[in-house]
Design a protein around this ligand. Structure first.
Ligand code: 6MZ
Ligand code: ZN
Length: 362
């Protein structure tokens, strides 16, 4: 079987996908058409179009030494997307499309994450935002999509503590009423903003309520901050780019994460385009994978980085010379890292076994 077809057919787990960062070009067009139809003002997203065109052509990847700049541009892109996704209907459309796109790419279990926003001009509240996401997850389930979806509410480190606290309150509320769909908290946002340590009590409070914690750690170097975050400890680490001493982390960071065996969500293209990693061959995936540490390959923002999960698997396999068998094990091993009960994990493991025999016979 062709490489591309193999990685698409391989059953996969996606655990690190920001809803708005995952927006496809088709969704952008759909939202613009909707605005037109309803006579709503169109946001100026020319810079977003240009960025997407460049990333699709691989142009952003050739930049060197532009870490701060590229990461900064990513956050400017999120602002533009947020201008377009400024009402509950748009949130529902993007979520529905993102789920369908991941399902189409062979993802069988998906944890989405998103920052609840209110936009008074359109009447969107944080609650209607969350409900729009939940309604699309429900709709996809009712349509019989071959994918299980869970939802994490995002605390944006660029916003204040009060907002973070409110997000935890909302997560608690929906954890109790969403039929098991809301399972935890994602801590993310511009890593250059604020001191993450101030959010630790709020994150601890979330954990006390039984919410799982997926925390962006070491997206940029900062030993003191990152040490406090890994010592929480989170249930999963996002990125973990600067944990090792060789890249500006520390022995203590590596030892702590290694001892706790905190799974790491690794997003190769995201780090390359964001320029926190200079080339695929030196991506920290290699370090953690070779140590036998729990590693999960993820996309982060497939819309902003013009990628797909099957493409990320393909990149990891070709960069590090991994066999299809090893990639299979990587995908299978990711089941252990999902935020779900043992019954769900067992169901997925059975599904993987079925898919394996189908793949072998084709
Ligand atoms: C590039 N690496 C990253 N590092 C940190 N935070 C990121 C991120 N990529 C995305 N986000 C976070 O997700 C939001 C967009 O999705 P939602 O509107 O929440 O669905 C961004 O505004 C940012 O806060
Ligand atoms: Zn992320």
């Amino acid at each position: 079987m062709e490489v591309e077809a193999f990685y698409k057919r391989l059953p996969k787990i996606e655990l690190h996908a920001h809803i708005n960062g995952s927006i496809s070009t088709e969704s952008i067009e759909e939202l613009l058409a909707k605005n037109q139809e309803k006579g709503r003002p169109q946001p100026d997203i020319e810079a977003l179009r240009q960025w997407k065109a460049k990333v699709e052509n691989g142009e952003q990847m050739t930049l060197d030494g532009y870490r701060e700049k590229n990461i900064k541009i990513c956050f400017d892109m999120f602002k533009l997307i947020h201008q377009l996704v400024d009402n509950s209907e748009a949130v529902a459309i993007v979520t529905r499309n993102v789920i369908r796109e991941f399902a189409e790419d062979g993802v069988k279990f998906l944890e989405l994450r998103s920052t609840p926003r209110d936009v008074p001009e359109t009447g969107m509240t944080k609650r209607s935002y969350i409900e729009a996401v939940l309604s699309s997850i429900k709709q996809c389930k009712e349509e019989g999509s071959d994918i299980t979806v869970r939802f994490l509410l995002t605390i944006d480190r660029g916003r204040d503590l009060q907002t973070a606290h409110e997000t935890v309150q909302l997560a608690r509320e929906y954890q109790a009423t969403s039929d098991g769909v809301v399972v935890g908290i994602d801590f993310s946002g511009d890593p250059n903003k604020n001191d993450a340590r101030q959010y630790i009590p709020v994150l601890q409070e979330a954990r006390k309520s039984g919410l799982k914690l997926a925390i962006h750690v070491a997206e940029i170097p900062n030993v003191a901050e990152n040490l406090s975050l890994v010592q929480l400890p989170p249930d999963r680490i996002g990125h973990g780019t600067f944990l090792q001493p060789e890249v500006g982390g520390s022995e203590e960071l590596v030892e702590t994460v290694g001892k706790l065996r905190t799974p790491i969500e690794l997003c190769l293209t995201s780090n390359l385009v964001g320029q926190t990693v200079k080339s695929f061959d030196i991506h920290h995936f290699k370090y953690w994978y070779e140590r036998g540490h729990p590693c999960v390959i993820c996309t982060d923002d497939k819309g902003i980085f013009a990628t797909s999960l099957s493409q990320e698997y393909q990149i990891a396999a070709s960069t590090f010379n991994l066999t299809r068998e090893q990639m299979w094990e990587l995908s299978f091993g990711s089941i252990a890292c999902i935020f779900a009960d043992d019954e769900t994990k067992d169901r997925l493991r059975n599904l993987w076994a079925q898919e394996r025999s189908k793949l072998q016979s084709s």
